[in-house]
Write a protein that binds this ligand. Sequence first.
Ligand code: ATP
Length: 444
Amino acid sequence: STKITNIKPDMQRALPSRIMSLLTKAGQVAERLGYQVYAVGGLVRDVMLKVENLDVDLVVEGNGIEMAYELSKEIGGRVRPHEKFGTAEIVFPDGYWVDVVTARVEYYEYPAALPQVEQSTLRHDLYRRDFTINAMAVALNPNRFGELVDYFNGREDLEIGAIRVLHNLSFIEDPTRILRAVRFEQRYDMAIEPQTMRLIKEAVREKVLSRLSNERMWGELKSILDEADPEHMLDRLDELGVWDYLFPEITFWEVQYVISEMPQALMILRNWGWAEPAEKWLPYFLGILHLTNQETAYQICQRYNLGRRQTDKVLDTIANGRIALKRLSTEGDVPLSELTKIVQTLPREAYPLFLTLLEDKNAIRRFRMVMESVHKNKPVINGKDIRAMGYQPGPMYRRALDAVWRARLDGLVSTREEELEYIRAYLEQNNAPKIQPKQPKPAD
Ligand code: ATP
């Protein structure tokens, strides 16, 4: 283990040049300050797997906050220091950020004292991490740039594909690591090695997961549902007895089919021009909750502290999904506008779920038609045109435009002129309020 491995060539291959340049500057700044600096964690792991990863986590043997300020002078961004922890983030206007932490050991001067933070070595910092594959570092100082620091044989575990904890109390210390183990195992097609697996089973048996806050549970669950292929992770969580802590109200096998079909549905929808939602996890979440009733779904959303908008999407799916399914599966001449109206009661994040639940070819064909019409048949006129006709802005605008949309779907209007004519008639029929002409000021 005296042989020094340099992974600079792998870094150059896996990382975009702006990240390479950032890492190089970090090394130069640290050198000037007399510190050693390292990139650690996921970035190192992914460089060695030749996978792109743009998350830069720096560990400094020295003053991390000072380092962050000096580095931001070179690379820009704003520093957000956390004095108490000796950590800082360098935040850029586009939302990108770099974490800078001070390598340290926490020790207690005397029993019950607050931990004193002492500047110390990289090794301690790495020892607190979850798995060997995540506990490697790469030196960035100019004379050592690219030197791999691997105290726990992470490299070998990467090569053999083993997820391995650093010590036996790891899952007791932090039960979220059980979910993380599953996530990395399935993401990289690796295997939780036998001793680590024994520790997971023991920890689950001792119910360590019941000590976990809902917030931390959700953090890891959401990371899983945001992954490219969560379905095998969820299988594995069920197999390990973790599912019952995540969704005690839901029997896994009842939703397993829908979850397993989700990747296929997502792919089909993308081909149909459906844009991937910003909240990638939501289609899966809807798949998990779709058989529950409103109250249960609401409780689960509350427990995981989902926002109002997201909760509404869950409840809308449960309230309207069954009717929508039925109408789409009904043979006969239901006008496209009618079907569209029904599908529009569902959030678009529910379309993948919906597609997995549609059984016959005709229903799927109808669903596709509706989807494409939702995308392509938007009216060309808009609120400005209504305004120009002298109507008061208000909820009527939306209703009138929806009416034009439906008319378009059913082929009643196709040109801009026809749309204008149609909406004029609609607004008159519905007594839409006109803008009042200004009253002349009474004379003094
Ligand atoms: P991803 O590719 O999902 O971002 P990552 O490894 O970068 O993977 P993060 O959650 O961003 O995952 O964590 C960054 C690093 O912090 C990890 O590589 C790991 O070393 C450490 N870490 C994160 N969470 C824990 C934890 N619960 N216990 C111990 N170490 C952790």
